[in-house]
Design a protein around this ligand. Structure first.
Ligand code: GRF
Length: 218
């Protein structure tokens, strides 16, 4: 890899296992990124400790300490932008972001969501998939747009729902797949292979079948 590493800032709120998957791939030399900083709105987030272990700068910005969302987001934006990232990752970041904030990062902020979007945006996706007797579930990485969990899809991967699944067992299966597709999406972005055209993501300038979705079912 000869190109300059893609500067990345990640936003988290909790466990940080997706963050860890990306750290692992970067440390293994499989991602040409410079993960400059990890920012959490929860000071106790386990993901902050993971970042520290990896020698990455961390910031805890407790949203509850700000008088309103506007002030929180202004500080968040400043904290992110000091690193001049090409890419901002939402990796289990549990705050809804205002349209103004999202627009500032248009085309360079991506999110991982535990469902096959557009099915099951929002929370409790695994329990809802089970209630609806779905036979498959999965995860999606997408560009972030002002509407929550609705931006252009970069990659999706399906997993089967087993007859004896409960929300936890299903979540664990989906999480494994998240740890595969998020680093893949970051790799494509960092290599400059993703573009957005008419609301659809192109990989190497090509649409894929299924209306441009990149469905990885290996
Ligand atoms: C993941 O399921 C992700 O899809 C969702 O929040 C969870 C975060 O998990 N947005 P982790 O913090 O990456 O372990």
């Amino acid at each position: 890899m000869t190109a300059a590493p893609c500067k990345v800032v990640a936003l988290i709120s909790g466990r940080g296992s997706n963050l860890q998957a990306i750290i692992d791939q970067a440390q293994a030399g499989k991602l040409n990124i410079d993960l400059c900083a990890v920012i959490s709105n929860c000071p106790q987030a386990q993901g902050l400790a993971r970042a520290e272990t990896a020698g990455i700068a961390t910031h805890a910005l407790d949203h509850a300490q700000f008088p309103n969302r506007r002030d929180f987001e202004a500080t968040l934006e400043k904290t992110i932008d000091q690193y001049r990232p090409r890419l901002v990752l939402l990796a289990g970041f549990m705050r809804v972001l205002s349209p103004e904030f999202v627009r500032h990062y248009e085309g360079r902020m991506i999110n991982i969501h535990p469902s096959l979007l557009p099915s099951y945006p929002g929370l409790n996706t695994h329990a809802r998939a089970l209630e609806n007797k779905e036979t498959q579930h999965g995860a999606t990485v997408h560009f972030v747009t002002p509407e929550v969990d609705a931006g252009p899809l970069i990659i999706q991967r399906a997993v089967p729902v087993m007859p004896d699944d409960n929300p936890d067992t299903l979540a664990a299966r989906v999480l494994e797949t998240e740890h595969r597709i998020y680093p893949q999406a970051v790799a494509w972005f960092s290599e400059g292979r993703l573009t957005i055209s008419n609301g659809k993501v192109l990989l190497d300038g090509q649409t894929r079948p299924e209306q441009g979705l990149i469905i990885d079912s290996n």
